[in-house]
Design a protein around this ligand. Sequence first.
Ligand SMILES: Cc1cc2nc3c(=O)[nH]c(=O)nc-3n(C[C@H](O)[C@H](O)[C@H](O)COP(=O)(O)OP(=O)(O)OC[C@H]3O[C@@H](n4cnc5c(N)ncnc54)[C@H](O)[C@@H]3O)c2cc1C
Length: 376
Amino acid sequence: MADINVDVLVIGAGPTGLGAAKRLNHINGPSWMIVDSNEKAGGLASTDVTPEGFLYDVGGHVIFSHYKYFDDCIEEALPKEDDWFDHERVSYVRYKGLWVPYPFQNNISMLPKEDQVKCIDGLIDSALECRVANTKPKNFDEWIMRMTGAGVADIFMRPYNYKVWAVPTTKMQAEWLGERVAAPDVKTVVKNVILGKVAGNWGPNNTFRFPARDGTGGIWIAVSNTLPEDKKRYGKQGEVTKVDADKKVVTFSDGTTIGYGSLINTMAVDQLAEKMGNMSWFSSPRGSTTPRPMSLVSVSAASAPSASVTSAGFTSLRTTAPSIAPPSSPTTRPTTSRRRTPSSLPYTRLMAARLTPAKRRRARTGRSCWRCPSRQ
Ligand SMILES: Cc1cc2nc3c(=O)[nH]c(=O)nc-3n(C[C@H](O)[C@H](O)[C@H](O)COP(=O)(O)OP(=O)(O)OC[C@H]3O[C@@H](n4cnc5c(N)ncnc54)[C@H](O)[C@@H]3O)c2cc1C
């Protein structure tokens, strides 16, 4: 018999867990509780504060969405006009000592002549191919080739996206792209090359709101503050040490146990497997029929999730689309020319930590597998 019993237990108070808790709170049906091993909410989207009061966003810094439900949640948490600053995005790609405005593929007028030729060549080929193509691109790489051609693909899109996501573009699907990745218009690009012009500020996040206080993490702390105190356990008392999926009981660092009807897990899935004492899921050989816990994964941040309960009593969250931007802006103002580029560096490091030694080496050396498709 557990110390506490709830219908739904949410592990993790990052954006995804908070999204689930908000929804459970709104529907006011099943009993629920949200737990996190950190003292404050936010997960990877939180902000570290130094003793001097300097703020460092751990991850997320650009938030935008087209979902009213998501916008309402954020608005409810930080409702005042002066809770927010409005910023214009200023992003550049460092290439051959030049600062090329984002999106790179719309601004090849900034490139050296020989690269302009390569890019236009590919753009024309891709435009011609697009006319006769009657199937959708099967993956991100096909989308890139179809929209930008080989020049832009090799110079920028493939290496950049591999750096950001640590996954070859051939292994990524293309459904998420919509308004996140610009598809260049060949006529405009050529016109800009001839006239030496730069394209306008593209994209849904060309302006964005940023909290006036407490960094990005302030958003999630404020969202968490809208939830009832008695349904939150943060810090040591919220640190999951064991998940018994058969008995449907979770044990915490302080020895407390919580019994659940359904479990929504948002901590990394390998950590979940470890807490369940079942790391074998991660070492099952290729081709093995041993089930892998992918149905338990929830990956993306706080858009209104649709939840489905699996037979094991777990709930897997599937978001209809990511609601906040990935760290994909090849950002950084051209203030210091010797600085290593963008914010994607720590992200790449983080991703590298999840990779096998061989893949990590590849990520580090920048030697990419798209040149060698058979090895991907
Ligand atoms: C460098 C970087 C830059 C990024 N930039 C952006 C950006 O600009 N815009 C954007 O939209 N997104 C950005 N992201 C992505 C964004 O931060 C994540 O998508 C988001 O944080 C995922 O939320 P989550 O709730 O799914 O997971 P997480 O944020 O990882 O939350 C998981 C939670 O589980 C908790 N947990 C783990 N183990 C336990 C345990 N044993 N017991 C209890 N709780 C546990 C953790 O403490 C954590 O709070 C960036 C990420 C990084 C790393």
